[in-house]
Ligand binder design. Structure first.
Ligand code: GRF
Length: 187
């Protein structure tokens, strides 16, 4: 199997990145993580880039042309697929156009509910019965592209944000690799 050269975008912890790196070491997994891009030089996820010897690029989003730098690096590393994993910047139309239907994201809610930030506190506040995560294609609108996979669990009334996050992320580690397999199954 020829693995798709993939770039993972991060800003923080990088636990989904870690999980994808580990899954992608399996010969039958359709992607190879060939590049990591972070907009945050303190992102803990960069530790995994160094540990597993994966090239990484830091992007300073204060510069106007930072997306050109992203695109140049994607091309340099022959990237054909992009996974956003806790990347806290909205991608511009420019990048999305260049990687149409080739960018996916994981979001910690049952989209279309709770798009955007502070998901867990909003879920608790609105006393949801169900929570979960969604992997979706990225389009120009925030957290709005078509769904690839969704995983659900039931919320107990005694759950706080910490438990909700733990439960959600546990499901994310299943959902993200499954979504990737689903995308490439017939390719
Ligand atoms: C995940 O919960 C994901 O749903 C959201 O950002 C978080 C990233 O966590 N988009 P990590 O950096 O992968 O640990």
């Amino acid at each position: 199997m020829v693995k798709k050269k993939t770039c993972v975008f991060i800003s923080g912890q990088g636990s989904n990145l870690k999980n994808l790196i580990s899954r992608s070491r399996d010969n039958n997994f359709p992607i190879k993580i060939s590049l990591i891009i972070s907009n945050n030089k303190k992102a803990r996820g960069l530790f995994y880039a160094k540990k597993y010897n994966i090239p990484y690029v830091l992007i300073n989003t204060k510069f106007n042309n930072y997306e050109n730098k992203i695109l140049l690096n994607l091309r340099k590393h022959k990237i054909s697929f992009i996974c956003l994993a806790g990347y806290m910047k909205i991608l511009s139309k420019f990048l999305i156009k260049n990687y149409k239907k080739k960018i996916i994201n994981i979001h910690p809610s049952l989209l279309p509910k709770f798009k955007g930030l502070n998901t867990f506190s909003r879920i608790i506040k609105s006393k949801e019965i169900k929570a979960g995560c969604t992997v979706h294609f990225v389009n120009e609108k925030l957290d709005s592209g078509s769904k690839i996979i969704q995983k659900i669990f039931f919320v107990n009334s005694n759950y706080d944000e910490k438990i909700l996050k733990l439960k959600t992320q546990k499901l994310e580690y299943k959902a993200y690799p499954e979504a990737i397999i689903r995308i490439f199954r017939y390719n």
